[in-house]
Design a protein around this ligand. Structure first.
Ligand code: FBP
Length: 553
């Protein structure tokens, strides 16, 4: 395999473990914490997880290893979207497993949860693992979005586990995958299979976060990667002084990624979906808010700027959600065929006008034609609008243009408005992990094995105190059921890990809210530059602004 110079250099990077895990396997013991209960709906969650509910929080500490020696055969899967550092979780798991007993075995099931069901796997060896140390991507075994949640699937997994003599399964995934890890752990315990299940918190979206999990891995690298490019664009905008850049950023639902990038780059505008929902803002109001900044700047000759838009924004706009619900209804069942048979867009438009309420039609009519057509033509397998495909960066660029035309006609705007649009998502999901993610992920994997070795199941690998140097990080485990509550999903009450949205009274949003008026009017851009891997710790090991603000004493 040909490799880049950086890749070669990264192979020899030694990820930093929390101090308590640094003295060798023989010197790691368990410190029991308090028994846990779920964040809400305690009785219901307890009834659903009789074998795994209420267990103690634990941390590891320096002391004689008292775990029972037994041969471990561990299966690992990567689940969902790629996130930088996933390879290091596998490497940390492998190293701890082999350091405990070189006869222990790690099987990587390929292509996500489906690999476990199809029994498609590879046995990890030193040579194999060494090619992936401190590198981005999930290509070590691939990933997938199959959900592991039904009893027939669990029965197959039990058979596969029996065939290989699996003692444990590690699921590296987001909130849904870890919810499923908890359900699988309960199933395995209830059926006395002897298979433990451990989860690891992954997602660039940063929405798997709670009082126990300070951040999901990948968020640090992805946001630094996007921020580097946003900073470059800001500098270009400030050099050419002729474009407004509308940049959409990944984050399926929550706006953590966009907010973090704003804290790193200080753009003129940053939309936060959770605020839009709280204020029940309309598309027109949001466009006016952006147009205010464009006008103030343009009227004094600064015809440039940068606006950040979270991927999930439109779903937070109440009138837009209503419109989507009506469109889904309008095209339910065989009505889709009826609609598709209409010969021209004009005929289709007339059909839409007849079917939507006046309120939703008012929203629909202000959308650019490309987006109007997209809403009706590109549907998911269930026939629903694919909201995540909506090009909201183009939508807002167009809506703002219309607002400025009105202002120009009224004589309140004299600037020029040229836009460029961008979408950053896949560019950051497989970046070389930052030192933070390299260290954090390796620690999560190493720690996951210690949880297995000490017999825990239904736990999430937990490494905390993350804004301190790695030496002071705290490694341990948290029963996944502690993070669960009951939510309505697809018409059913389900036990799930609550998705963490941006908190409007949290420190990161408050900092942004205090500064945004200045950023909107003036040019306060920050140019963070590329992630640095070698050099002073304050440059190379810095965490995200989000984490630093959340943990500021
Ligand atoms: P996970 O929640 O699985 O980590 O995925 C996050 C994400 O990158 C979102 O930001 C994005 O909306 C989605 O995955 C895109 O995934 P896909 O390419 O599978 O559509």
């Amino acid at each position: 395999m040909t490799i880049s110079t950086l890749q070669k250099a990264r192979y020899s990077y030694n990820p930093k473990l929390p101090g308590m895990l640094r003295n060798g396997i023989a010197e790691i013991c368990v410190k029991n914490g308090a028994p846990t209960e779920s964040v809400a709906d305690q009785e219901k969650i307890k009834a659903l997880f009789p074998n795994t509910y209420g267990k103690n929080e634990i941390t590891f500490q320096k002391g004689a290893n008292t775990s029972t020696a037994k041969k471990q055969v561990v299966g690992v899967i990567l689940s969902g979207g790629q996130a930088p550092g996933g390879h290091n979780v596998v490497c940390g798991l492998y190293d701890a497993l082999k350091a405990t007993d070189k006869d222990n075995v790690l099987l990587g099931f390929k292509g996500g949860p489906s690999g476990l069901i199809e029994d498609d796997y590879i046995e990890m060896t030193d040579e194999f693992i060494d090619q992936y140390r401190n590198t981005g991507g999930f290509d070590i075994i691939g990933s997938g979005r199959t959900k592991l949640e039904t009893v027939p699937q669990f029965e197959i997994v039990t058979e596969v586990a029996k065939k290989h003599g699996l003692t444990a399964i590690v699921i590296i995934g987001g909130d849904d995958s870890n919810t499923n890890a908890a359900v699988l752990a309960e199933y395995m315990a209830a059926h006395n299979t002897g298979v433990q299940v451990i989860g690891c918190p992954k997602t660039i979206d940063g929405d798997l976060k709670n009082e126990d999990i300070e951040t999901s891995f990948g968020f640090d690298t992805a946001t630094k990667t996007y921020s580097e490019v946003i900073g470059n664009i800001e500098r270009d905008a400030n050099s050419a002084k002729k474009y407004w850049h509308f940049i959409k950023l990944m984050g399926r639902s929550a706006s953590h990624v966009t907010l973090e990038c704003a804290l790193q780059t200080q753009p003129n505008i940053c939309l936060v979906g959770e605020e839009v929902a709280a204020k029940k803002q309309s598309l027109s109001e949001i466009a006016d808010q952006i147009a205010d900044s464009v006008a103030v700047r343009g009227n004094r000759g600064d015809n440039f700027g940068v606006a950040l838009i979270p991927e999930g924004i439109v779903e937070f706009v109440p009138e837009f959600s209503k419109l989507i619900a009506e469109i889904n209804e309008l095209l339910a069942g065989e009505k889709t065929e009826q609609f598709n048979a209409l010969p021209s867009w004009d005929d289709k438009y007339a059909f839409i006008e007849k079917g939507l309420t006046a309120e939703s039609m008012a929203v629909f009519s202000i959308l650019p034609v490309g987006i109007q057509q997209q809403l009706f033509l590109e549907r998911d397998p269930h026939g629903n609008v694919q909201v995540s495909l909506i090009e909201s960066e183009k939508l807002f660029a167009e809506l703002v243009k219309n607002k400025l035309a009105e202002r120009a006609a009224a004589g309140t705007y004299t600037g020029k408005f040229s836009t460029l649009t961008h979408f950053f998502g896949y560019e950051g999901r497989c970046a070389f992990p930052s030192n933070f993610d390299s260290d954090y992920c390796y620690s999560l994997g190493y720690n996951a094995f210690m949880l297995i070795q000490y017999g825990f199941t239904g736990y999430l690998s937990k490494v905390s105190n993350l804004s301190a140097p790695a030496e002071e990080w705290v490694a341990g485990g948290m029963p996944i059921t502690k993070m669960m509550n009951i939510e309505r999903r697809n018409g059913e009450d389900k036990p799930v890990i609550r998705k963490a949205l941006v908190e409007l009274d949290g420190a990161p949003f408050k900092y942004f809210a205090e500064h945004r008026a200045k950023w909107a009017d003036e040019t306060c851009f920050l140019y963070p530059g590329a992630i640095q891997y070698y050099g002073p710790a304050e440059v190379c090991d810095a965490t995200t602004k989000t984490l630093a603000l959340e943990q500021a004493k």
